[in-house]
Write a protein that binds this ligand. Structure first.
Ligand code: NDP
Ligand code: OXD
Length: 311
Protein backbone atom coordinates (compact mmCIF):
# COMPACT_ATOMS: atom_id res chain seq x y z
CA UNK A 1 0.00 0.00 0.00
CA UNK A 2 1.07 3.59 -0.74
CA UNK A 3 -0.17 6.48 1.40
CA UNK A 4 -0.56 9.99 0.05
CA UNK A 5 -0.17 12.80 2.58
CA UNK A 6 -0.54 16.18 0.90
CA UNK A 7 -2.88 19.15 1.52
CA UNK A 8 -6.54 18.73 0.56
CA UNK A 9 -8.81 15.66 0.60
CA UNK A 10 -9.70 15.98 -3.10
CA UNK A 11 -6.07 16.39 -4.08
CA UNK A 12 -5.10 13.30 -2.09
CA UNK A 13 -7.80 11.26 -3.80
CA UNK A 14 -6.73 12.53 -7.23
CA UNK A 15 -3.15 11.40 -6.51
CA UNK A 16 -4.40 7.98 -5.40
CA UNK A 17 -6.52 7.51 -8.52
CA UNK A 18 -3.61 8.41 -10.79
CA UNK A 19 -1.11 6.22 -8.97
CA UNK A 20 -3.41 3.20 -8.95
CA UNK A 21 -3.97 3.64 -12.69
CA UNK A 22 -0.26 3.98 -13.45
CA UNK A 23 0.93 1.29 -11.07
CA UNK A 24 -1.21 -1.83 -11.50
CA UNK A 25 -1.51 -3.84 -8.29
CA UNK A 26 -0.72 -0.89 -6.03
CA UNK A 27 -3.30 0.17 -3.44
CA UNK A 28 -2.94 3.96 -3.03
CA UNK A 29 -4.86 5.57 -0.17
CA UNK A 30 -5.13 9.02 1.43
CA UNK A 31 -3.22 8.89 4.72
CA UNK A 32 -6.45 9.40 6.67
CA UNK A 33 -8.49 6.60 5.03
CA UNK A 34 -10.13 4.52 7.79
CA UNK A 35 -8.89 1.16 6.40
CA UNK A 36 -5.17 2.10 6.62
CA UNK A 37 -3.11 -0.18 8.85
CA UNK A 38 0.38 1.25 9.43
CA UNK A 39 2.14 -2.15 9.13
CA UNK A 40 0.73 -2.62 5.61
CA UNK A 41 2.15 0.63 4.27
CA UNK A 42 5.20 0.19 2.01
CA UNK A 43 5.39 3.60 0.29
CA UNK A 44 4.55 7.18 1.16
CA UNK A 45 4.22 10.21 -1.10
CA UNK A 46 4.27 13.38 0.97
CA UNK A 47 5.05 17.07 1.44
CA UNK A 48 5.61 18.43 4.94
CA UNK A 49 4.38 15.52 7.07
CA UNK A 50 3.92 16.36 10.76
CA UNK A 51 6.85 15.32 12.97
CA UNK A 52 6.54 11.73 14.17
CA UNK A 53 4.11 10.56 11.50
CA UNK A 54 6.65 8.73 9.32
CA UNK A 55 8.18 7.05 12.39
CA UNK A 56 4.79 5.40 12.98
CA UNK A 57 5.00 3.46 9.69
CA UNK A 58 7.23 0.47 10.56
CA UNK A 59 7.53 -1.33 7.19
CA UNK A 60 8.31 1.33 4.60
CA UNK A 61 10.26 0.45 1.42
CA UNK A 62 10.61 4.08 0.36
CA UNK A 63 9.46 7.63 1.01
CA UNK A 64 8.70 9.82 -2.02
CA UNK A 65 9.02 13.58 -1.65
CA UNK A 66 6.52 15.61 -3.63
CA UNK A 67 9.36 18.06 -4.34
CA UNK A 68 13.03 17.91 -5.28
CA UNK A 69 13.95 19.39 -1.90
CA UNK A 70 13.50 17.02 1.04
CA UNK A 71 14.11 19.35 3.98
CA UNK A 72 10.35 19.25 4.69
CA UNK A 73 10.91 15.57 5.61
CA UNK A 74 14.40 15.54 7.11
CA UNK A 75 13.51 18.44 9.43
CA UNK A 76 11.59 15.87 11.50
CA UNK A 77 14.21 14.48 13.92
CA UNK A 78 12.28 11.20 14.11
CA UNK A 79 12.03 10.55 10.37
CA UNK A 80 13.17 6.96 9.62
CA UNK A 81 16.49 7.79 7.99
CA UNK A 82 17.22 4.13 7.18
CA UNK A 83 14.35 4.22 4.64
CA UNK A 84 15.33 5.34 1.11
CA UNK A 85 14.08 8.88 0.47
CA UNK A 86 13.37 9.62 -3.20
CA UNK A 87 13.55 13.24 -4.41
CA UNK A 88 11.13 14.30 -7.13
CA UNK A 89 12.74 14.21 -10.54
CA UNK A 90 11.97 13.68 -14.20
CA UNK A 91 12.12 16.10 -17.11
CA UNK A 92 9.30 18.48 -16.31
CA UNK A 93 10.74 20.04 -13.13
CA UNK A 94 13.89 21.00 -15.06
CA UNK A 95 11.89 22.49 -17.93
CA UNK A 96 9.81 24.52 -15.50
CA UNK A 97 12.78 25.70 -13.44
CA UNK A 98 14.53 26.76 -16.67
CA UNK A 99 11.46 28.75 -17.69
CA UNK A 100 11.27 30.40 -14.27
CA UNK A 101 14.94 31.38 -14.22
CA UNK A 102 14.78 32.71 -17.78
CA UNK A 103 11.74 34.81 -16.80
CA UNK A 104 13.37 35.99 -13.57
CA UNK A 105 16.61 37.04 -15.28
CA UNK A 106 14.67 38.87 -18.00
CA UNK A 107 12.43 40.51 -15.39
CA UNK A 108 15.54 41.90 -13.72
CA UNK A 109 17.09 42.93 -17.03
CA UNK A 110 13.95 44.58 -18.43
CA UNK A 111 12.77 46.33 -15.24
CA UNK A 112 9.68 44.16 -14.70
CA UNK A 113 9.09 45.31 -11.12
CA UNK A 114 9.50 49.01 -11.98
CA UNK A 115 6.99 48.74 -14.81
CA UNK A 116 4.51 46.78 -12.66
CA UNK A 117 4.57 49.56 -10.05
CA UNK A 118 4.32 52.26 -12.70
CA UNK A 119 1.36 50.53 -14.36
CA UNK A 120 -0.47 50.20 -11.02
CA UNK A 121 -0.01 53.99 -10.64
CA UNK A 122 -0.88 54.74 -14.34
CA UNK A 123 2.59 56.25 -14.81
CA UNK A 124 4.57 56.21 -18.10
CA UNK A 125 7.97 55.35 -16.62
CA UNK A 126 10.20 55.19 -19.72
CA UNK A 127 13.26 53.09 -18.97
CA UNK A 128 15.64 51.22 -21.29
CA UNK A 129 18.88 49.87 -19.84
CA UNK A 130 22.27 49.67 -21.55
CA UNK A 131 22.79 45.91 -21.20
CA UNK A 132 21.37 43.06 -23.20
CA UNK A 133 21.52 39.46 -21.98
CA UNK A 134 24.66 39.04 -24.10
CA UNK A 135 26.49 41.45 -21.80
CA UNK A 136 25.65 39.54 -18.64
CA UNK A 137 26.78 36.47 -16.72
CA UNK A 138 24.32 34.40 -14.72
CA UNK A 139 25.99 32.59 -11.82
CA UNK A 140 24.08 29.53 -10.67
CA UNK A 141 24.96 28.74 -7.07
CA UNK A 142 24.04 25.05 -6.77
CA UNK A 143 24.68 23.76 -10.29
CA UNK A 144 22.83 20.45 -9.89
CA UNK A 145 20.09 18.83 -11.94
CA UNK A 146 17.74 21.84 -12.05
CA UNK A 147 20.56 24.30 -12.72
CA UNK A 148 21.88 22.14 -15.55
CA UNK A 149 18.40 22.01 -17.09
CA UNK A 150 18.23 25.82 -17.06
CA UNK A 151 21.59 26.32 -18.80
CA UNK A 152 20.47 25.89 -22.45
CA UNK A 153 17.54 28.23 -21.94
CA UNK A 154 19.67 30.97 -20.39
CA UNK A 155 22.40 30.55 -22.99
CA UNK A 156 19.73 30.62 -25.69
CA UNK A 157 18.78 34.09 -24.47
CA UNK A 158 22.40 35.16 -24.79
CA UNK A 159 23.53 35.01 -21.15
CA UNK A 160 26.91 33.59 -20.25
CA UNK A 161 26.40 30.98 -17.53
CA UNK A 162 28.77 29.92 -14.77
CA UNK A 163 28.09 27.47 -11.96
CA UNK A 164 29.20 26.77 -8.40
CA UNK A 165 28.85 23.35 -6.77
CA UNK A 166 30.70 21.08 -4.39
CA UNK A 167 32.16 18.97 -7.19
CA UNK A 168 33.39 20.31 -10.55
CA UNK A 169 31.02 19.95 -13.51
CA UNK A 170 31.64 19.48 -17.22
CA UNK A 171 28.64 21.18 -18.80
CA UNK A 172 28.91 22.50 -22.32
CA UNK A 173 29.55 26.24 -22.35
CA UNK A 174 29.53 26.57 -18.56
CA UNK A 175 32.54 27.51 -16.51
CA UNK A 176 32.48 25.47 -13.33
CA UNK A 177 33.61 26.65 -9.90
CA UNK A 178 33.84 24.13 -7.09
CA UNK A 179 34.07 24.26 -3.33
CA UNK A 180 34.34 27.03 -0.76
CA UNK A 181 37.77 28.09 -2.04
CA UNK A 182 36.32 29.03 -5.47
CA UNK A 183 33.20 30.81 -4.22
CA UNK A 184 34.72 34.30 -4.35
CA UNK A 185 35.97 33.86 -7.90
CA UNK A 186 32.47 32.74 -8.87
CA UNK A 187 30.69 35.62 -7.10
CA UNK A 188 32.84 38.35 -8.58
CA UNK A 189 31.89 37.14 -12.07
CA UNK A 190 28.12 36.98 -11.45
CA UNK A 191 25.92 39.80 -12.79
CA UNK A 192 22.88 37.80 -11.73
CA UNK A 193 23.24 35.38 -8.84
CA UNK A 194 20.78 32.47 -8.86
CA UNK A 195 20.46 30.35 -5.72
CA UNK A 196 19.57 26.70 -6.41
CA UNK A 197 21.28 25.12 -3.42
CA UNK A 198 19.70 22.43 -1.25
CA UNK A 199 18.90 23.30 2.34
CA UNK A 200 21.71 21.93 4.52
CA UNK A 201 23.54 23.19 7.61
CA UNK A 202 26.36 24.48 5.30
CA UNK A 203 24.01 26.46 3.07
CA UNK A 204 21.75 28.00 5.76
CA UNK A 205 22.03 31.81 5.63
CA UNK A 206 24.68 31.65 2.89
CA UNK A 207 23.22 34.70 1.13
CA UNK A 208 24.21 37.24 3.76
CA UNK A 209 25.85 40.68 3.87
CA UNK A 210 29.34 39.24 3.35
CA UNK A 211 28.36 37.26 0.27
CA UNK A 212 26.29 40.03 -1.27
CA UNK A 213 29.18 42.48 -0.87
CA UNK A 214 31.36 40.19 -2.98
CA UNK A 215 29.01 40.33 -5.98
CA UNK A 216 29.49 42.81 -8.81
CA UNK A 217 27.94 46.14 -7.76
CA UNK A 218 24.37 46.30 -9.04
CA UNK A 219 24.04 42.53 -9.47
CA UNK A 220 20.61 40.91 -9.58
CA UNK A 221 19.57 38.09 -7.28
CA UNK A 222 17.16 35.19 -7.81
CA UNK A 223 16.25 32.69 -5.11
CA UNK A 224 14.43 29.57 -6.28
CA UNK A 225 15.91 27.25 -3.64
CA UNK A 226 14.86 27.74 -0.01
CA UNK A 227 14.04 30.79 2.09
CA UNK A 228 16.55 29.75 4.74
CA UNK A 229 19.42 30.47 2.35
CA UNK A 230 18.82 34.21 2.62
CA UNK A 231 19.35 36.58 5.55
CA UNK A 232 16.47 38.88 4.65
CA UNK A 233 17.62 42.06 6.49
CA UNK A 234 21.01 41.73 4.73
CA UNK A 235 19.33 41.39 1.34
CA UNK A 236 17.07 44.38 2.01
CA UNK A 237 20.10 46.46 3.05
CA UNK A 238 21.96 45.47 -0.14
CA UNK A 239 18.92 46.40 -2.23
CA UNK A 240 18.56 49.75 -0.47
CA UNK A 241 22.25 50.59 -0.96
CA UNK A 242 22.16 49.58 -4.63
CA UNK A 243 24.76 46.82 -4.19
CA UNK A 244 21.95 44.53 -5.40
CA UNK A 245 19.79 46.13 -8.11
CA UNK A 246 16.80 43.81 -7.86
CA UNK A 247 15.65 40.44 -6.60
CA UNK A 248 13.17 37.79 -7.69
CA UNK A 249 12.24 35.53 -4.79
CA UNK A 250 10.18 32.34 -5.00
CA UNK A 251 10.91 30.80 -1.61
CA UNK A 252 10.69 32.10 1.93
CA UNK A 253 11.04 31.08 5.53
CA UNK A 254 8.32 30.74 6.65
CA UNK A 255 5.89 30.09 3.84
CA UNK A 256 3.46 31.60 3.08
CA UNK A 257 5.46 34.83 3.37
CA UNK A 258 3.89 36.70 6.33
CA UNK A 259 1.86 39.79 5.44
CA UNK A 260 4.17 42.02 7.50
CA UNK A 261 7.34 41.05 5.57
CA UNK A 262 9.12 44.06 4.03
CA UNK A 263 9.69 41.97 0.91
CA UNK A 264 6.07 42.24 -0.24
CA UNK A 265 6.23 45.95 -0.92
CA UNK A 266 9.91 46.49 -1.63
CA UNK A 267 10.17 48.36 -4.95
CA UNK A 268 13.08 46.20 -6.09
CA UNK A 269 11.64 42.80 -5.13
CA UNK A 270 9.40 40.53 -7.16
CA UNK A 271 7.71 37.86 -5.03
CA UNK A 272 6.31 34.58 -6.37
CA UNK A 273 4.63 31.94 -4.14
CA UNK A 274 6.97 28.91 -4.47
CA UNK A 275 5.91 28.12 -7.99
CA UNK A 276 9.25 27.98 -9.82
CA UNK A 277 9.18 24.30 -10.64
CA UNK A 278 5.88 22.66 -9.84
CA UNK A 279 5.46 19.86 -12.36
CA UNK A 280 2.00 18.63 -13.36
CA UNK A 281 0.49 15.98 -11.10
CA UNK A 282 0.49 13.48 -13.99
CA UNK A 283 4.22 13.95 -14.58
CA UNK A 284 5.05 13.51 -10.91
CA UNK A 285 2.73 10.51 -10.52
CA UNK A 286 4.37 8.86 -13.53
CA UNK A 287 7.80 9.42 -11.98
CA UNK A 288 6.67 7.80 -8.71
CA UNK A 289 4.85 4.93 -10.45
CA UNK A 290 7.87 4.14 -12.64
CA UNK A 291 10.16 4.21 -9.62
CA UNK A 292 7.92 1.78 -7.71
CA UNK A 293 7.49 -0.54 -10.69
CA UNK A 294 11.26 -0.56 -11.24
CA UNK A 295 11.97 -1.17 -7.57
CA UNK A 296 9.42 -3.99 -7.31
CA UNK A 297 11.13 -5.56 -10.34
CA UNK A 298 14.43 -5.54 -8.45
CA UNK A 299 15.91 -2.31 -9.80
CA UNK A 300 17.36 0.68 -7.88
CA UNK A 301 15.32 3.67 -6.76
CA UNK A 302 16.18 6.93 -8.57
CA UNK A 303 17.43 10.28 -7.25
CA UNK A 304 17.97 9.24 -3.63
CA UNK A 305 18.67 11.60 -0.75
CA UNK A 306 22.19 10.98 0.55
CA UNK A 307 22.32 11.39 4.36
CA UNK A 308 26.11 11.88 4.24
CA UNK A 309 25.79 14.92 1.92
CA UNK A 310 22.53 16.11 3.47
CA UNK A 311 20.75 16.45 0.10
P1 NDP B 1 20.73 18.81 -6.81
O1 NDP B 1 21.03 17.97 -5.64
O2 NDP B 1 20.71 18.18 -8.16
O3 NDP B 1 21.73 20.03 -6.89
C1 NDP B 1 22.21 20.69 -5.76
C2 NDP B 1 23.50 21.38 -6.14
O4 NDP B 1 23.98 22.13 -5.02
C3 NDP B 1 24.60 20.39 -6.51
O5 NDP B 1 25.28 20.87 -7.64
C4 NDP B 1 25.52 20.41 -5.28
O6 NDP B 1 26.89 20.12 -5.56
C5 NDP B 1 25.36 21.84 -4.84
N1 NDP B 1 25.72 22.00 -3.41
C6 NDP B 1 25.16 21.39 -2.35
N2 NDP B 1 25.76 21.80 -1.21
C7 NDP B 1 26.74 22.65 -1.58
C8 NDP B 1 27.71 23.40 -0.87
N3 NDP B 1 27.80 23.34 0.47
N4 NDP B 1 28.57 24.16 -1.57
C9 NDP B 1 28.49 24.23 -2.93
N5 NDP B 1 27.58 23.55 -3.67
C10 NDP B 1 26.71 22.79 -3.00
O7 NDP B 1 19.32 19.50 -6.52
P2 NDP B 1 18.26 20.09 -7.54
O8 NDP B 1 18.96 20.85 -8.60
O9 NDP B 1 17.31 19.02 -7.96
O10 NDP B 1 17.43 21.06 -6.58
C11 NDP B 1 18.08 22.11 -5.91
C12 NDP B 1 17.16 22.75 -4.89
O11 NDP B 1 16.16 23.52 -5.53
C13 NDP B 1 16.35 21.78 -4.02
O12 NDP B 1 17.11 21.29 -2.95
C14 NDP B 1 15.21 22.63 -3.55
O13 NDP B 1 15.58 23.27 -2.36
C15 NDP B 1 15.06 23.67 -4.65
N6 NDP B 1 13.82 23.49 -5.41
C16 NDP B 1 12.95 24.55 -5.50
C17 NDP B 1 11.81 24.46 -6.24
C18 NDP B 1 10.90 25.61 -6.41
O14 NDP B 1 9.82 25.42 -6.97
N7 NDP B 1 11.26 26.79 -5.97
C19 NDP B 1 11.47 23.22 -6.93
C20 NDP B 1 12.45 22.19 -6.80
C21 NDP B 1 13.58 22.33 -6.05
P3 NDP B 1 27.33 18.69 -6.18
O15 NDP B 1 26.76 18.65 -7.58
O16 NDP B 1 28.80 18.73 -6.17
O17 NDP B 1 26.70 17.64 -5.30
C1 OXD C 1 10.61 21.89 -4.04
C2 OXD C 1 9.68 21.54 -5.09
O1 OXD C 1 11.40 21.05 -3.60
O2 OXD C 1 8.69 22.28 -5.26
O3 OXD C 1 10.60 23.06 -3.63
O4 OXD C 1 9.90 20.56 -5.82
Amino acid sequence: MLLVRVEGARTRQAWCDLLERMCPGLAARPFDAPEVRPEEVRYVLTWGPPPGWLAGLPRLNAIFSLGAGVDHITADPSWPSHVPLVRMGGEEPGQRMGEYLAWACLTLLRHGRTFAIAQAERRWDYKVGEDTARDLTVGIMGMGSLGAAAVPMLRGLGYRVIGWSRSRKALEGVESFAGAEELDAFLVRSDVLVCLLPSTPETAGIVNAGLLARLRPGAGFVNAARGGHVVVPDLVAALDSGQVSGAVLDVFDPEPLPAESPLWSHPKVTVTPHVASVARREARARYVAEAILGFEAGGPLPNLYDPARGY
